[in-house]
Design a protein around this ligand. Structure first.
Ligand code: GLN
Ligand code: ZN
Length: 775
């Protein structure tokens, strides 16, 4: 490629960097502060050190313009609420008494006040705190954090670009505050919000910002003409300000679609666009709108949310095209690097043959620096990097791990019959009823029982070699016996073994499957101080040995009543892992599904009559754009059925999803063809039963009658009245009685009391039904 001599040199930049530090120092400092072990001053100093080190790391790597403001003690959307003064009335006293404590009160609640609600940041596994707004919301500018961090960076001699959540995205992510009409639309507050952004922009300008970035990822979703008009207005007004830095609006996670011409025409100086994965269409769209003449483009050509090395030559080709479409082209990952772990070289236990395919935040940073250099100086300046990259990519393609002939042959041989049970639900029920002999309104739980300190200690002891496998297994066996004895005594009809042997519902399986990689340090922020280590789907997936049969069989041998086998479904396995980017995701799903199918049939052969395949991630993985949803739901439901359709008619398949807003996936739930589904419902007052009933859902349903997200114990009357409500939507022959979700995060005393209420309620309603029949 020719040297880019006509335009400005290309910079390498990022939108954000992992916040936690190489050893999760931020988590330790924040949790230490909560526990009273760390002073506010020490926490602030730790945060300052982490920011300084991150900037240093970026600058050392060759990044010319670093982001500021991406750091957060908890969450960047919460930071935005503070910046615009959107403090809910119930948190005001705490914020006024102490800004830092008030901030954490909004994030986590206190004894007396509830926190802000938390939900997923687009289709990532990061969770943000939902702004609560209403017609009475008064915004006030508080630029302290944004300005403070910018000043810090400038004092260290850095060229910095403050990054803020944009005003349109902020409002589109907000919801009506408690007590405000549910149909209130926060976007109607735009005119009140813009002056506050104007003030912050002026403050940033005064503090030395040449550029500011406003993140608008909400614009990659389908938006109404009204929302697009609001966007146009917002950027016209911000653009018209005289006292402001240059503005760059960034959309990522998908194509900007209809919002692209709106932003391209806005009187702002730059745009950040994603060119990876489903967002690659931005390239064509950009050409169609005539490019960004006179503007700066930040080209997100390195996938910022997955862990694979970039195809540098392919990216250079994209960048070369983009050079003709904007005044200046800079190179960046597609989104903040918050969504990937920090450093792949820390994974010393990963086979070096595989490690060379991995790029975490540090490696991605090196990639964008290389690309920017290639763009500015010509490819001759990066020949060594290109050669190494080519070799790494080739080694991945040629690897036996990514191309296991047996797995490939098996996937090719899948026929439509494999993902359909031979009998319909109506044909299966009599066989299942005869085998299980359950009462009306059978009671069950979702799988896990409290993960006690003893269990966690035993797992840690095993890891550190303080106890051997035999001692650990004995601990697990004892726990299983106790959990079963408790359930039988409590009068539960379909039992669970309690999942004491599982660290995590995805990792437990990932560790046992070939082709799946666990990381040691691959922490990614899930929310606040909670970090997870998603496993990596690195190669073709196979199951060398049964994964759950041993403990399930043991559990059944200790109980009279049926014990449910418990598996994590293919969609959830993929959703909570890093997936391959070298084959269609549906292919990866089918490989995982086949491994699970073998597990399901092995469980059946071992005498398990009820098998639950959890799919809590089915809905959250829904693509951001409606047009992409049918394709997703097709492979998602097919892979679920592929894993569950190899069983006899009298084996009952359950599934579980932990949310109540499933409107968008009602059809998909039906397509799963599970005999029984348990759902969250306690907080929505059984509305789910009505909705499923109204939609004509034909199979069995267990809408949760016990909200496990709170330590509150439901009374018998409460559970009884929820069940009666449930009967309004689902007939008694198809209604199950269970909690909303697994019990692993709860304590034993609440669990005992709550399940007692649940069983008592089931008995009471059974009696009512019998009396109704006789009388
Ligand atoms: N079976 C799992 C449990 O009970 C389900 C967890 C979930 O839905 N997230 O813990
Ligand atoms: Zn759940």
């Amino acid at each position: 490629m020719a040297k880019n001599s006509t335009t400005a040199p290309s910079f390498a930049t990022v939108y954000g960097y992992p916040r936690q530090g190489p050893n999760r120092e931020l988590k330790k400092a924040v949790e230490g502060y909560w526990a009273g072990r760390v002073t506010a001053g020490a926490l602030r100093a730790a945060a300052r050190r982490l920011r300084r080190d991150n900037w240093q790391q970026l600058a050392d790597a060759g990044v010319q313009e670093i982001p500021t403001g991406d750091f957060s003690y908890y969450d960047h959307v919460l930071d935005t609420s503070v910046m615009v003064g959107a403090i809910p009335p119930r948190h005001r006293a705490a914020v006024e008494a102490d800004a830092l404590d008030g901030y954490f009160a909004m994030a986590r609640g206190t004894q007396d006040v509830a926190p802000l609600e938390m939900t997923k940041w687009f289709d990532t596994n990061y969770h943000y705190l939902v702004p609560e707004l209403g017609p009475d919301t008064v915004f006030t500018a508080n630029s302290a954090k944004a300005v403070g961090e910018l000043r810090e960076a400038i004092a260290l001699g850095r060229t910095a670009r403050p990054v803020l959540v944009g005003p349109v995205t902020y409002l589109l992510l907000a919801k009506p505050a408690p007590g405000v009409a549910a149909d209130f639309e926060p976007i109607t507050l735009l005119d009140r919000l813009l002056p506050v952004y104007a003030e912050v922009l002026a403050d940033l300008r005064a503090a030395g910002a040449e550029w500011v970035q406003l993140d608008e990822p909400a614009l990659v979703q389908d938006r109404t003409p009204a929302a697009l008009n609001s966007t146009a207005r917002a950027y016209r007004d911000l653009g018209a300000l005289t006292d402001r830095p240059k503005i760059l609006a960034a959309g990522y996670f998908d194509r900007l679609g209809e919002a692209l011409p709106v932003l391209a025409k806005a009187p702002i100086e730059g745009l950040g666009l994603d060119f990876t994965g489903p967002a690659a269409g931005n390239l064509e769209d950009l050409a169609r709108v005539g490019g960004l003449p006179g503007k700066r483009l930040i080209a997100g050509v390195v996938d910022g949310r997955n862990v694979w090395i970039n195809d540098l030559e392919k990216s250079l080709a994209t960048l070369a095209t983009l050079l003709g479409l904007a005044d200046r082209v800079d190179v960046a990952p597609s989104c903040s690097l918050l969504h990937v772990p920090l450093d792949a070289t820390a994974e010393r236990e990963v086979d070096p043959q595989i490690a060379r395919w991995l790029a975490f935040a540090r490696q991605k940073t090196a990639e964008i620096v290389t690309l920017a250099r290639g763009l500015t100086e010509g490819t001759g300046a990066i020949t060594a990097q290109l050669a190494a990259n080519r070799a790494d990519l080739a080694s991945r393609t040629a690897s036996a791990l990514t191309h296991d002939p047996a797995v490939r042959a098996r996937v090719r041989a899948i026929t439509p019959a494999d993902s359909h049970r031979p009998q319909t639900y109506t044909e299966r029920t009599p066989a299942q009823r005869a085998r299980l002999g359950l009462p009306l309104l059978p009671t069950t739980t979702i799988g896990s029982f409290p993960q006690t300190d003893e269990l966690r200690t035993a797992r840690a002891d095993l890891r550190r070699g303080r106890i051997d496998t035999a001692a650990y297994d004995e601990r697990i066996a004892t726990e299983i016996r106790e959990v079963l004895a408790y359930q039988e005594k409590a009068g539960i009809d379909v039992l669970v073994h309690g999942e004491p042997e599982r660290n995590d519902m995805v990792q437990y399986f990932a560790e046992q499957l070939t082709g799946y990689l666990a990381t040691q340090h691959g922490w990614v922020q899930s929310y606040g101080t909670r970090y997870v280590r998603p496993p990596i789907l690195a190669g073709d997936i196979s199951r060398p040995e049964p994964m759950t049969v041993r403990w399930t069989r043991y559990a059944q041998s200790q109980a009279q009543r049926p014990v449910k086998g418990m598996l994590t479904g293919p969609v959830t396995m993929l959703a909570w892992s890093f997936v391959r980017d070298d084959q269609p995701i549906g292919d990866t799903a089918r490989q995982v599904a086949l491994a699970l199918r073998d597990e399901v049939t092995d469980l059946e052969a071992a005498g398990t009559a009820v098998i639950q395949v959890d799919e809590p991630a089915l809905r959250e993985t829904l693509p951001l754009r409606a047009a992409d949803r049918p394709g997703y739901l097709a492979w998602a439901t097919e892979s679920f059925r592929l894993s569950t359709s190899g069983v006899r008619a009298d084996t009952q398949i359950h599934t579980h999803m932990c949310y109540a807003e499933f409107g968008a996936i009602m059809g998909a739930i039906d397509d799963l063809d599970a005999d029984v589904i348990s759902l969250e419902a306690a907080r929505s007052h059984m509305q789910v039963a009505d909705e499923l009933g109204a939609a004509g859902y034909p199979r069995e349903v267990g809408p949760g009658v016990y909200d496990i997200h709170s330590p509150r114990v439901p009374g018998v009357d409460e559970a009884t009245s929820l069940l009666r409500k449930g009967l309004g939507g689902i007939p008694a022959e198809r209604l199950w009685v269970n909690p909303d979700c697994g019990l692993k995060t709860r304590g034993w005393p609440e669990v005992r009391a709550s399940l007692e209420s649940l069983v008592a309620a089931a008995r009471e309603v059974r009696t009512e039904l019998a009396e109704g029949e006789n009388g």
